[in-house]
Write a protein that binds this ligand. Structure first.
Ligand SMILES: [Ca+2]
Ligand SMILES: [Ca+2]
Length: 114
């Protein structure tokens, strides 16, 4: 069951990433943090700022790549897990890697302050 769930998740993420890739959207990491309330610390990879890094955070990044902006309560800086100053599908891939415990995860899980 867990294996099937992982495959379904991987397919879901891959489909989103394909959409995101065709849009070729680049979002500045500093541009979209208006909705974040300063509360101390945040964690790279925890894009929806709920205290955990999971598939929902990957979806947040992919949606932002497609839409050109992050939703209310989402932290754009947390999405820049490779630290290059922009948010691309490479960041989504690293967050996905963190969720699946494989490959390059960048700075997922590191704490930062706004
Ligand atoms: Ca999260
Ligand atoms: Ca990045």
């Amino acid at each position: 069951m867990k294996r099937i769930t992982k495959k379904i998740t991987a397919c879901f993420v891959s489909a989103f990433m394909l959409c995101a890739g065709t849009c070729a959207a680049f979002i500045s990491a500093s541009a979209a943090n208006d909705a974040i309330q300063p509360r101390g610390y945040h964690m790279y990879g925890d894009v929806n700022d709920d205290g955990a890094i999971n598939i929902a955070d990957v979806v947040c990044v992919l949606n932002a790549l497609n839409n050109g902006y992050f939703g209310q309560g989402q932290c754009a800086q947390a999405a820049d897990v490779n630290g290059d100053g922009s948010i691309t599908s490479a960041d989504a891939t690293m967050i996905q890697n963190y969720v699946l415990s494989k490959g390059d995860t960048g700075r997922c899980g590191e704490i930062f302050y706004l």
